[in-house]
Design a protein around this ligand. Sequence first.
Ligand SMILES: [Zn+2]
Length: 251
Amino acid sequence: MPLQKTDGLILRSIPLGETSKILTIYSKDFGKVSVIAKGARSARSRYGGTLEILNHISIIFYYKENRDLHSLSQAEIIDSYLVIKEDLHRTALAMAICELTNQLEVGQEANPLLFRLLLSAFKTLDDTERQPVNIFRAFQIHVFDLMGFRPDFFNCTGCGKKIETTCSFDLMAGGLICDDCLDQGTASMRLYMETIKMLRSLQKTHISKLQPSAESSSAVQQVDEFVRVYLRYHVDGIRDLKALRFYDEIE
Ligand SMILES: [Zn+2]
């Protein structure tokens, strides 16, 4: 059982027995890993508040080859994102990011781009100068890229012409399709031009550079609907995010 060192973000925490817990961590070097933290819930735990969900921590753990569950040995805080935790909306969005990352079928394999995206999203959410709501939208659109189904919001997937007006999005082809090329049977979704422009902007902008959206609420709603439908189309068994339902309730 070799000792391994890495750092990662705590996506989920489940109580185990009287005083322990199982943490799911998205780590820099191992992708998604689960570790048992013995005694972490006892009042005199040596971990203190280190192992709370949404923390970025460095860990040393016993790595068990071909096993899903490893044992935590040591942990230290890197960032506890206090701005996020003091704001209910930001907390709900950060939880939604964690829930989604946990649902993506990412096993014990490092994905440095996803790790960096997660940390950028958290760092931006943790900045009071930043409007939080677009961060989760942009996170999902960047996830599409990393999962290998980057949507094309610019040209018709049929004839290649540049799209300048309301048209449909072909879910299987992963791109816009003009009315001349659209077949009746295609699984598609109608998008306004304003929605398409917002999707383009979210796709090309680094999360840390996002500006508050100036789009109409109907375009924003359509962006959210598109993201939900497209994700479901490409990721098997994905479930509605509880944190997002909570966000909608407090909004
Ligand atoms: Zn076309």
